[in-house]
Every structure is written in C-alpha cells, then in structure tokens.
Design a binder for this molecule. Structure first.
Ligand code: ATP
Length: 455
C-alpha cells in the first residue's frame, strides 16, 4: 500500500460523480431537468444522513442530562416570522448582470464588503459581472423565505412561510417545554428538521441548498453566564466533528467580525471545513442573547420568563445556539473520508468513514456464485441483518466486490469460502488496513460488535 495519491483537496466533481454512481445523492427530479438547489438522497445517502443525525442526537440529547428534544411543525403562525425579524431582515442583496442576465449575491462579489450574515446590505462600489465582465444592477434586497398559502384561498391573509430555520419552533415552545419538563437553568432544547431558503445562488453541490436540514440546540442560560457557556459550546461542537474522525487540519473555528453578525447576535463563532472552494461554514454558534424570547413575548402577549428561585425574580434567559447543517456535515464527511491509493499497481478508492457513519457496516460476500457457497453465505447474511445495515453481493470477482465496498465506506467484509463448508468459519476483512482474520460463524456477531465498538 502506498501513500494516498490524492489528499483531502479533491475536486467537487469527483464526489458528485461518486455520489450519483453509488447512490448517495441524486439531483432532484432529474428526469425533468432537475430543480436548482434541491437534491434527493439515494439508498446509501439516506443511511449516511440518518447516521449523521443519530450521532448528533446522541451527543446533543441522549448523552446529556440538560437537553430535551422537540419536533416542531414546518409551517407556523406567520407572526412568528414578524417577531423573529425574518419578515423584515432575512434578505440578501441581489444583483443582476445587464449583459448576460446572470444573478448573483452582491456580498459574494469582489468590490463589496463581505457580509455573510443575512440581513446586511452590501456596501461599497459596484463590482463587474464575474461571468462576462458586464455591468451589474444596483443591489436589491431579496427575502429568502418561501411563501405558500394555508387553506383554499390564495390571498395575503392566508400567507405562511416555510421555516428558514428550526430555531423559532424551539423559542415559541419555551414555556411548554419548561412547564412540562420542570427544567432548571441552564437547559436546552434540541431539534432536527427541514429548513427552506430561497437562496439566490445555490451551489457547490449540497453545500448551499434551497431545502436542507438543520440540527439546532437552543441552550438557555442565566444572563451573565452566557459568555462562559458560549465557550463551552464552541469547544463541545468542535470536538463532536473531531470525534467523527474529521481531520484536525481540515477544521477550524472562526470568530465572526462585528459587521458579519446577524441582527440578533452578540457574538458568533463558526466551525468551518476546508472544502475545495475554501474554508466554509459547517455550523454557526451564536449568542442570541434574550432577543428571541423578548420579541415573542412582546408579539404574542405571553410571558416567556423563568422563575429564578435564588433571586426570587422572573428572568428572561439568554440563549446560546449551536446550529449545524446535516447536508454540510454529510459533504464534509465525504470529503474527509475520500482516499485514492495504489494497491498492487491498481487504484483503490476508499471512503474512510467513521463506523458510526458508514451506511453499510458489513457486507457478506461468497467467494464465488458456486452453488455450494451461496446458501451458507445467505445464512450468514440472515444472521447479521437484525443487528446492522448490511449488504449481500455475489456478482463479479471478489476483488471487485471488495473495491465496491471500500468505495462506499463499508468497514467490514465477511467472506464465505470453500473452507467455510468444512470449518464453519468466515474471514473478516477490514477496510482501511485490508487485514483479514478468520472467525467462527458462531462468534461472528460478537466479533463484529467488538470491532464496531458500540455502533
Ligand atoms: P451562509 O452564511 O453560508 O449563508 P448562514 O450563516 O446563513 O449560512 P445559519 O443561518 O447560521 O447559516 O444556519 C445554520 C446552519 O444551517 C449553517 O451553518 C449551515 O450548516 C446550515 N445552512 C444554512 N443555510 C444553508 C443552505 N442554504 N444549504 C445548506 N445548509 C445550510
């Protein structure tokens, strides 16, 4: 085995093609020409996605004693979005090229002050079109929320919005959660769910989508302890990515500049990954202060406070919000795991996925389709299916099948050969080292369980 021929800085195209070929990600409604910013997750993609979400939920809810889960609806009373500030300020500056008619986010173009936080108009001189050099229109603010209607009449009064973030579902349920769980500060609410943004320029594969999924925590703390908790969460969230095997050199934490902050934030850090297009946000960790609870109290007329027994006062908690994207994490995991190696003069592509994320944990492969091997191999497969996501494959040569499993990140292959008929044992082959060990079928589940370490 030689050193990887290609390091982490591989082309996006390589992953786009692997994703399609092997059933991770397809373009949405592809047979009709697709729809920009929308993607479908295929048979392996849905497994990897679910595993990302499961790993997050385990760290955010299951393993903690201070966070509870929630699953709020996507459509909400439209006043939620007035109170949150989204109706007024969730907008990006948009420019059009007068020549080629292409559309851009003004704050993405050179000659404008970078302002990635939504709600900041671009400033500075007008840039030229990056595609054709043509003249650009003045920036116009464009609200990113998708609108639809509730009920049979399409009129202003029945307009609702597809949520652009899951966060507000947690703020408006603050009191419900507090009273039903009798939590003490600090405590958090966690949620995973779809969010929608009519992005001006979706792109970079699944990095910037118009429909995506978020994994968010709203962590409520006593005012005055917010900065300390903010640091706690930055560290905890960074470690979560490292724990999934993301390489340290491809991960960084960046504190946003004052002018990059969203309207509600006192301070924000981003966890960023070194994608081919450069360092880009995987997750934002914001100190949202008491902005949201105060606004919802004001707009709903309901009290959203916490009774602090120590001081005998009703207080409005501050909020620390780690907000991550499932799709961006998925993409980072693929990039970070992708390797090309040369093994005995042949190229081997492999995805070094953490076992907890691998879509398939073990593949059962009879040495050949020989009639004496297929029935025992299928029996071995029957044995594993109740425990993990597994696959059975008996087409083409065993070498080709190992490569196919390497390419989708399967950590273990279990091979049934002619000796199995005599010794009732099989071979376990490990993905990264390609080491092989022989184990009795009777101890196979245990042997894999040990190797998969709690997965
Ligand atoms: P960006 O600056 O890239 O537009 P943002 O700062 O607006 O992102 P947040 O509002 O902080 O993003 O959203 C929290 C997380 O949700 C992001 O870190 C990202 O992982 C995910 N996310 C946001 N917008 C998108 C999108 N259009 N496509 C995929 N994921 C997204």
């Amino acid at each position: 085995m030689t050193e990887p021929a290609v390091g982490p800085r591989i082309d996006m195209e390589i992953l786009v093609s692997l994703s399609k070929r092997r059933g991770f990600v397809f373009q949405s409604s592809e047979i009709y020409g697709g729809l920009g910013g929308f993607w479908d997750y295929g048979p392996l993609g849905v497994e990897l996605r679910n595993n990302v979400k499961r790993a997050w939920w385990k760290a955010a809810v299951q393993e903690r004693d201070d966070i509870v889960g929630l699953d709020a609806s996507i459509l909400m009373n439209p006043r939620v979005w007035v109170a949150s500030g989204h109706v007024d300020t969730f907008a990006d500056p948009m420019v059009d090229c007068r020549e080629c008619k292409k559309r851009f986010r003004a704050d993405d173009l050179e000659g404008h002050v970078a302002a990635s936080a939504h709600g900041h108009a671009a400033e500075g001189g007008v840039a030229r079109c990056p595609e054709c050099g043509g003249e650009l229109t003045e920036p116009r603010m464009f609200n990113l929320m998708f609108k639809t209607f509730v009920g049979p009449v399409e009129e202003q009064a029945s307009t609702v919005y597809l949520r652009p973030e899951t966060a507000q579902g947690m703020f408006v349920n603050f009191d419900n959660v507090l009273t039903s769980t009798r939590r003490k500060l600090p405590f958090g609410i966690a949620q995973i769910g779809k969010a929608f943004r009519n992005e001006i320029t979706p792109g970079n594969f699944i990095f910037r989508d118009r429909e995506f999924e978020q994994m968010e925590i709203e962590y409520f703390v006593k005012p005055g302890t917010d900065e300390e908790w903010h640091q706690h969460w930055v560290e905890a969230r960074r470690n979560w990515y490292l724990g999934l095997g993301i390489r340290q050199e491809n991960l960084r934490v960046r504190r946003l500049e004052k002018e990059e902050l969203a309207h509600y934030a006192k301070d924000t850090y981003e966890v960023e990954y070194l994608f081919p297009m450069g360092w880009s946000e995987l997750e934002g960790i914001a100190n949202r202060t008491d902005f949201d609870l105060r606004r919802h109290a004001e707009f709903s007329g309901r009290q959203l406070t916490y009774y602090d027994e120590e001081s005998g006062e009703h207080i409005v908690p501050y909020v620390i919000e780690p907000s991550a994207g499932v799709d961006r994490c998925f993409l980072a995991v693929l990039f970070d795991g992708y390797r090309e190696e040369t093994v005995r003069g042949e190229k081997r592509v492999l995805l070094r996925l953490h076992p907890s994320l691998a879509p398939v944990k073990a593949a059962v492969l009879p040495l050949s389709r020989h009639e004496s091997l297929v029935p025992p191999a299928r029996k071995v497969w029957d044995l594993l299916r109740p425990h993990w996501m597994t696959q059975y494959d008996d087409s083409q040569s065993i070498g080709r099948r190992y490569r196919r499993q390497d390419e989708v990140g399967t950590p273990y292959c279990v091979t049934v050969d002619f000796d199995t008929l005599e010794d009732q044992a099989v071979t376990i082959r490990e993905r990264d080292s390609m080491d092989q060990v022989r184990v009795p079928i009777a101890g196979l589940v245990e042997a894999l369980r040990e190797r998969l370490a709690g997965v």
